[in-house]
Write a protein that binds this ligand. Structure first.
Ligand code: GLN
Length: 304
């Protein structure tokens, strides 16, 4: 295998022509202002070494990638009681779909579609009093970057155009599957999605999932079994109705966000982050998936 740094630089070069395939998310207006020509990739190794190429130090909106950290936090507080309120099956529907929520009597298919994430955030709000701040605290600690913060412009932009998430939250409440007032849950959810991070921050912050639950300071944050479970749900549900295609092409647990970021985990070895704002039809970064595909093909670092 080539030197890892050369692999990343080669990938950044190869995926550059894909930056205009798909489109930058614009249903949250402030996300639509980001240039599609950005691309970053970072690999954080379990032993602490970090490699990066392209715009890997530039911040972007992590959006649904935050759902990994809210789930991990809830599991760290009360092991697995959350699974009484949300299933863990792939949905096969878009991330913001509500069709199954009524059919399943208010129990979302999984924690990584919006309906499921709202339930997890609701639980975290009960457990901590400020869900978004607790996720931010975890991300600051694990990334080693105390400047990680919420982009309040993005949060407000999403809140102003959040009718779909609001209707989902009300539907959940109608089934008794929210513990807190709908508006509080929505505010917390929009704030956590608006966390702004670089590929470098995010790869470092996700490393506990590559270290079987061990946090940056060397202490257990999740048990090895919990870490296995979060990775498993990422593999089956992390990229929504494209999770099968993602597993086929990349072969790793992964979680995407409509800001164009994707985190992927090689258990025992490393965390990889890619960022390319232009999204395919399922809301996943086109260049990001191509980059991860090439990464696992070149390194052989897939779980299969
Ligand atoms: N905040 C976005 C939303 O709720 C997150 C979606 C995503 O990243 N897939 O619509």
């Amino acid at each position: 295998m080539e030197d890892l740094q050369e692999v990343l630089e080669g990938i950044a070069e190869h995926v550059a022509p894909l930056c205009h395939d798909g489109a930058v998310a614009s249903y949250i207006p402030s996300l639509g202002e980001v240039s599609p020509e950005k691309f970053g990739i970072c690999v954080a190794m379990a032993d602490g070494e970090v490699y990066g190429a392209g715009d890997w130090k530039e911040q972007f909106s992590i959006q649904s990638i935050s759902k990994v950290f809210s789930l991990a936090l809830v599991m760290s507080y009360d092991y697995d009681s959350i699974w009484r309120r949300v299933h863990r099956e792939p949905s096969g529907t878009p991330f913001n779909s509500m069709i199954q929520l009524e059919a399943d009597h208010g129990i979302p298919r999984n924690p990584f579609i919006n309906a499921g994430a709202l339930v997890v955030t609701d639980r975290l709000l009960t457990l901590t009093g400020d869900a978004a701040a607790s996720i931010r605290g975890l991300l600051r600690l694990e990334s080693g970057n105390p400047a990680v913060d919420i982009d309040t412009v993005v949060a407000a932009s999403e809140a102003d155009h959040g009718h779909r998430n609001a209707s989902m939250a009300h539907l959940l409440a109608s089934y008794g599957n929210l513990e807190n007032p709908v508006d509080d849950v929505l505010e917390a959810y929009f704030r956590q999605c608006a966390l702004s991070m670089s590929c470098e921050d995010l790869a470092k912050a996700s490393l506990f999932l590559a270290r079987h639950g061990v946090a940056a300071g060397g202490t257990p944050f999740l048990s090895p079994n919990q870490s296995k479970r979060v990775n498993a749900v990422m593999l089956t549900c992390g990229t929504y109705d494209a999770a099968g295609e993602f597993a086929y092409r990349v072969g790793l647990p992964g979680k995407s966000g409509v800001g164009g970021g994707i985190v992927a985990i090689v258990p025992g070895r490393c965390a990889i982050t890619v960022w390319g704002p232009s999204l395919g039809p399922n809301g996943n970064s086109v260049a990001g998936i191509a980059a991860l595909d090439e990464f696992t093909a070149k390194t052989g670092w897939s779980i299969f």
